[in-house]
Ligand binder design. Structure first.
Ligand SMILES: [Zn+2]
Ligand SMILES: [Zn+2]
Length: 104
């Protein structure tokens, strides 16, 4: 198993906010609310049977990129995904603020 990233283009309806998302093959998160669904073991493979909703819980800055940390509400597994240019940046800021509030 050397190929961890598989391109799998598909459109989907966000199960959190109902937004219809145009898949680009790599991200399966909703650019509007930044939630996604626990369907990948490795990004794009769709091999995970969990199917829980992935809540965006924190954002980390890594060089010039922002990494979104999502946690599955069903199995508590954490994932880091890159925030893409299509993502709603206001929502990214909200998540940062929310995680700061939690730690106060
Ligand atoms: Zn959404
Ligand atoms: Zn899960």
């Amino acid at each position: 198993m050397s190929l961890k990233f598989k391109k799998n283009v598909e459109d989907f309806i966000c199960e959190h906010c109902g937004n219809s998302v145009k898949g680009n093959g790599f991200t399966n998160h909703c650019p509007k609310c930044l939630w996604s669904k626990h369907v990948d073991v490795f990004p794009g493979d769709r091999l995970e049977a969990c199917g829980g909703m992935m809540e965006p819980i924190n954002v980390e800055k890594k060089g010039n990129d922002y990494m979104l940390i999502q946690q599955c509400v069903a199995c508590a597994k954490e994932f880091r995904i890159k925030v893409s240019q299509e993502d709603d940046f206001d929502e990214v800021i909200k998540i940062v603020k929310k995680s700061v509030d939690k730690h106060l």
